[in-house]
Ligand binder design. Structure first.
Ligand code: NI
Ligand code: MN
Length: 237
């Protein structure tokens, strides 16, 4: 049983999450909502966004970021080159940071961490350098620490993330093809030493074949592990 301590974590499908804090403020992880085929119609109606964290500049993570930023004027956190690109498209209040650094945004603390992936930004017919892809460790009010891995392969420095930040919950991609699949995610869970996992980045497209069932098989031996395979639109807390 995960104690979210006043925070509500809602999966909007694919890699997008909406975290509602006890005071009603909303943190959006990734900027892909309207164009996200996995997001239920009802959940697309965002009421507010105070902070938006972007892991990298692929379309399935920033497809609606500019529109969301213009509508709700949130603080937007991204790696510096992606932040710069977003600013060039009219996003205000962008915080361009880099890996290893921590920034306080409102009442949350955000640490940018490693992700093993790519980060070109499709801009018309050009591919723009977006800097490196990232993941985030997020400390929420009430003392809940979560890790959103972004798009990534498994990497051994996930052990460092465990030692330094001890996240209680990890959002991990399991879809395979563009990211790790269940076999690799099972290793990630061991390296991270987390007991609560929310699988993401699967089933959105036919090519994303990894499933929570396969992840359960691959993690059978891990004592006390809870895989929260919620549906898009559903929440924890
Ligand atoms: Ni990607
Ligand atoms: Mn992706």
């Amino acid at each position: 049983m995960l104690k979210t301590r006043g925070n509500r974590i809602t999966w909007l499908g694919h890699a997008t999450f909406q975290i509602t804090l006890a005071d009603g403020k909303v943190v959006l992880l990734e900027g892909w909502v309207d164009g996200n085929p996995a997001c239920p119609q009802e959940a697309k109606k965002l009421r507010r966004v105070d902070t938006m964290l972007i892991t990298h500049g692929h379309g399935d993570h920033i497809g609606d970021a500019v529109a969301i930023a213009q509508k709700f004027k949130p603080q937007v956190v991204a790696i510096i080159e992606t932040a710069h690109w977003l600013e060039s498209k009219g996003v205000k209040n962008a915080i361009g940071m880099n890996k290893g650094g921590t920034v306080k945004v409102g009442e949350i603390e955000v640490t940018m961490v490693q992700a093993v992936h790519s980060n070109g930004i499709q801009d018309g017919d050009k591919m723009i350098y977006g800097g490196e892809p990232a993941g985030y460790v997020i400390r929420l009010p009430g003392g809940l620490t979560i890790y959103h891995a972004g798009d990534t392969a498994v990497f051994s420095d996930m052990k460092l993330i465990a030692e330094l930040y001890a996240p209680e919950v990890a959002m991990l991609p399991i879809g395979d093809f563009y990211t790790m699949g269940p076999r690799e995610a099972a290793m990630a869970i061991r390296l991270l030493n987390v007991k609560h996992v929310i699988p993401m980045h699967y089933a959105t497209f036919p090519v994303l074949t990894g499933t929570p069932e396969e992840l359960r098989k691959q993690t059978k031996g891990i004592a006390g592990l809870e895989i929260h395979a919620i549906k898009p639109g559903e929440s924890l807390g």
